[in-house]
Design a protein around this ligand. Structure first.
Ligand SMILES: NC(=O)c1ccc[n+]([C@@H]2O[C@H](COP(=O)([O-])OP(=O)(O)OC[C@H]3O[C@@H](n4cnc5c(N)ncnc54)[C@H](O)[C@@H]3O)[C@@H](O)[C@H]2O)c1
Ligand SMILES: [Zn+2]
Ligand SMILES: [Zn+2]
Length: 390
């Protein structure tokens, strides 16, 4: 099969032929349909210090994907051949204290798909059944491919109650954009998003934020005044990794404000701790997604009409991966998708959405669809229960 591989300790990736993987005990073999390019993949292509210290080569990269199940190991009975699935890329140990208590997102021995084990930028990928999320309501495979970063956005955005609150999001990258869509959808009052890229702020405006602010030209305080806000933001979602963005956020929170911090700063930096203390601000670090509560939230948000389609701005065939990676690295686009389906059009494609909400996420593009999207249980709740017990 074709796969994007980091072969040697140098910059770049190569598209090469590698043996098809075989599913081990308790695993599932998935034919990859679409993949999303993440910042992590850009670090790996560049082979920066982090990549140099983290990766064991050769490695098939990639962790954001959607695909169709083609084989399940004996004993896996909640996933069927033909299911449209996404994958949770954090593979946990199952035996540490947090795993034993059901808090798998807090596992201290997490193994990363496409980082510590062969990933999804390939025609086929294997994954433990317990990491597979089956889509039981129709979802565009492009959107299903970005459930991993969508999950980062949902995990962060739903960390604190948002209904009726004024929310500041710093960073309008793909994850900040999705968080803005979620915050608006669930009933925040003002959703203000900041960035230094006009292209990304234009995308944010399309998602219906209250204010998309370029912090090179105006301050957050000015933005608040424009909206008639007097006391500061109730909730902050830090999604840039920029020290200045975090400082701006702390300076503009209300007393008792809550900050959920997803952005990964490149190095240590100073903040105004006196303000954190005297304003009694809560800062919560966020990593990955809750397994599988965040996944349940994601499926239900889409089912109830959340539209992520404006966030996906660029699509490439996997053969054009270098152009796709360059586009993602430009910092001006939304999510960039690679198509691995080779334009194949399955015989039986389910295209008629059962709910208005699902309709919003159905693609109008003529991409390949999985042959059989499993649709029997109509309740998203049923889907989540099955996955949780996986
Ligand atoms: N904690 C986790 O589990 C996790 C998972 C995925 C990504 N991340 C991190 O989350 C962040 C968002 O991810 P992404 O893929 O959307 O990243 P991204 O790099 O595409 O987006 C970050 C955005 O922040 C903007 N920015 C830079 N300086 C700014 C400033 N002073 N004020 C406001 N915005 C500013 C950039 O222009 C960019 O558009 C990144 O830092 C990433 O490393 C964390
Ligand atoms: Zn990612
Ligand atoms: Zn563990």
């Amino acid at each position: 099969m074709k796969a994007l591989v980091k072969e040697r300790p140098e910059a770049g990736l190569r598209l090469v032929d590698v043996p098809e993987p075989t599913p081990g005990p308790g695993e599932v073999l998935i034919r990859v349909l679409r993949t999303g390019i993440c910042g992590t993949d850009l670090h790996i292509r560049k082979f920066d210090d982090w990549a140099r210290h983290t990766l064991k080569l050769p490695l098939i990269v990639g962790h954001e994907f959607s695909g169709e199940v083609v084989e399940v190991a004996p004993g896996v009975d909640n996933i069927a051949v033909g299911d449209l699935v996404s994958g949770e890329g954090h593979i946990v140990c199952g035996t540490c204290r947090n795993c034993m208590a059901g808090r798998r997102h807090l596992c201290r021995n997490t193994v990363g798909l496409g980082v510590h084990r062969d990933g999804a930028f390939a025609e086929y990928v294997t994954l433990p059944a317990s990491n597979v999320w089956v889509h039981r309501t129709p979802v565009d495979p492009d959107v299903a491919a970005i459930f991993d970063p969508f999950g980062n956005a949902v995990h962060t955005a739903l960390s604190f109650p948002l209904v009726g609150e004024d929310v500041l999001i710093t960073g309008a990258g793909p994850i900040g954009l999705m968080a803005a869509a979620v915050a608006t959808h669930v009933g925040a009052r003002n959703v203000v998003i900041t960035d230094v890229s006009d292209e990304r702020l234009d995308l944010a405006a399309k998602l219906g934020v209250t204010l998309a602010l370029n912090v090179r030209r105006g301050t957050v305080a000015e933005g608040m005044r424009r909206l008639g806000m007097r006391e500061g933001f109730d909730v902050g979602l830090e999604m840039s990794g920029s020290p200045q963005a975090m400082r701006d956020m702390i300076a503009n929170m209300t007393h008792g404000g809550k900050i959920a911090m997803l952005g990964l700063p490149a190095e240590e930096f100073a903040i105004d701790w006196a303000t954190v203390v005297t304003s009694m601000i809560t800062i919560k670090g966020i990593y990955g997604r809750e397994m599988f509560e965040t996944w349940y939230n994601m499926s239900v948000l889409l089912e109830k009409g959340l539209d992520l389609s404006p966030v996906i701005t660029d699509r490439f065939s996997y053969q054009d991966f270098d152009a796709a990676f360059d586009t993602a690295a430009s910092g001006r686009t939304g999510k960039v998708i690679l198509d691995w389906s080779g334009g194949a059009r399955p015989e039986r494609a389910r295209t008629e959405p059962t709910k208005a909400g699902a309709a919003a996420t159905m693609s109008t593009r003529g991409g390949a669809r999985p042959e059989r999207a499993r649709t029997e249980p109509t309740q998203a709740g049923a889907a989540a229960d099955t996955n949780r017990s996986a």
